[in-house]
Design a protein around this ligand. Structure first.
Ligand SMILES: [Zn+2]
Length: 469
């Protein structure tokens, strides 16, 4: 059977191209085992209309001498270490009122999961931040993909020190958050955390302290926009400077999906291309200009890019190639490393530009999506998708539920076991004689069946769907 989602609306958002600071530098470790890749799409995209904003770019590039990262200081020869980054954050925090560094969790090896907050004139409380807009960057959740965290160090510093009116205006209404996503993997130069878990496959089960902390940041701060910074291994069919992707999961609210796709293509990719780099869609192999294979970039809700969409966050994935893409990069590792950082930095600037130009729309639509799915949950309307993605229709009736449940009944044992995980997701329940009832009429409605239904591949439990409440 074919259960078609209603056709997507075209979102028209003008993109201003260009920002971006230049040149940081270097690195010495060699990353291993980067991300794999992925897939096609429809989408009516509106051409970017803006002109490059060189004033903005210059203001961001003006780094104070005393606050250069070790990567910048080495011109790209050496990557910043965990200890050096902690010192950098301390120094940045001490140097300006605009920055606050806090700890939102501990890794398995006891390292702090640091949340760096930037605001103007000063960082805001969670409650204050939620009355404005919030932009979250997750920095190298895969520990052997260093360019994302280098980009975060520089961008936080540049936002904290810029005198540019546009950036200062952004920071007056928007709280910008950076989270150092996997310091144990950073220390060990591994993709996984110290448990051997891929944190970017853990956003549903929350077995890692890292995914748990990031999920709670999303729950508490309710970011409007998220950019998740990574690196991938290029090959002959897969070799652009930036690969980007939005949430493909069909459970994500359509407006959020469309805004995320617009941000990925019209802001992040456009920014990167304005510097002369190339961009493409993550997960898709291309030969002679044609996409011929989807190798990654799927719908799994346990991946942050999709989890963001399920949580009404306009989120995206950024990936830069971790190997040389031309002879010049092959001959000069520092040049290669600087490109890796600059591409992730520039994609991140694209997300900031998305907020700068569309703040009111983002605030309105993220709130509207939460209200919409809550109402759908109460009305038992819509369709629940356990599989498929925005460019793939589910193949069998087992993968969809056209008559949604009104909630799930948990046993007492399930309630006890799942309470911490549900709480971290922000999902509420009502204790009853059988255990607990999780109603669909709440903001996390899109996520609930993926967590609790036996038909969901990455479920954390097999609870009983209830059709009549
Ligand atoms: Zn990655």
């Amino acid at each position: 059977m074919h259960v078609l989602r209603s056709s997507r609306r075209t979102i028209v958002v003008a993109a201003t191209v260009a920002l971006v600071a230049g040149g940081a530098a270097g690195l010495n470790g060699t990353a291993t085992g980067p991300d794999s890749t992925g897939g096609g799409t429809t989408a009516e995209v509106v051409p970017a209309s803006g002109e490059p904003d060189t004033a903005l770019r210059r203001s961001l590039a003006a780094a104070p001498d005393g606050l250069r990262t070790p990567f910048e200081a080495s011109n790209g020869k050496t990557w910043t270490t965990v200890a050096q980054a902690q010192k950098f954050w301390r120094d940045l925090d001490a140097s300006t009122d605009r920055v606050r560094v806090s700890t939102v969790g501990r890794t398995n090896e006891g390292r702090p999961l640091q949340l760096v907050q930037v605001g103007n004139p000063a960082p805001r409380s969670v409650a204050e931040a939620r009355t404005g807009s919030v932009l979250l960057y997750t920095c190298s959740v895969h520990g052997n993909e260093p360019s994302g965290r280098e980009a975060c160090l520089q961008l936080a510093r540049d936002m904290a020190t810029t005198t540019d009116p546009a950036w200062q205006r952004l920071l007056r209404t928007t709280t910008v958050l950076f989270i150092n996503a996997n310091p144990d993997g950073w220390q060990a130069n591994t993709r996984a955390n110290a448990q051997g878990l891929d944190v970017n496959r853990d956003y549903m089960a929350l077995e890692s302290p890292e995914a748990t902390a990031i999920t709670k940041v999303i729950r508490d701060w309710k970011p409007d926009v998220l950019n998740d910074l990574h690196e991938y291994g290029p090959n002959q069919y897969y070799k652009t400077d930036l690969l980007q992707l939005w949430p493909r999961n069909r459970q994500a609210d359509e407006e959020i999906h469309d805004l995320a796709k617009t941000m990925s293509e019209e802001y992040a990719a456009a920014q990167v291309e304005s510097l002369g780099y190339t961009s493409g869609e993550y997960g898709l192999y291309v030969k002679d200009g044609e996409q011929f294979l989807q190798v990654a970039g799927d719908e799994q809700g346990r991946i942050l890019r999709n989890y963001a969409g399920l949580s009404h966050v306009v989120g995206m994935l950024s990936e830069t190639a971790n190997k040389p893409l031309d002879d010049a990069e092959a001959a000069d590792t520092s040049l290669l490393n600087r490109r890796r950082v600059e591409v992730n930095y520039t994609s991140a600037v694209g997300s900031a530009q998305m907020v700068l130009e569309n703040r009111a729309t983002l605030v309105r639509e993220t709130a509207a999506a939460a209200e919409r799915v809550t109402r759908e949950g109460a009305e038992q309307s819509g369709v629940v998708y356990f599989a498929g993605q925005d460019n793939v229709i589910p193949e069998s009736s087992a993968e969809v539920e056209p008559e949604p449940m009104c909630g799930y009944q948990l046993t007492a044992a399930q309630r006890t076991e799942l309470a911490p995980v549900l709480r971290a997701h922000g999902i509420t329940w009502r204790t009853n004689a059988g255990g607990a009832f999780v109603k669909m009429a709440q903001e996390d409605q899109p996520l609930i069946p993926l967590l609790l239904d036996a038909r969901s591949e990455h479920r954390i439990a097999e609870a009983t769907p209830v059709d009549d409440c």
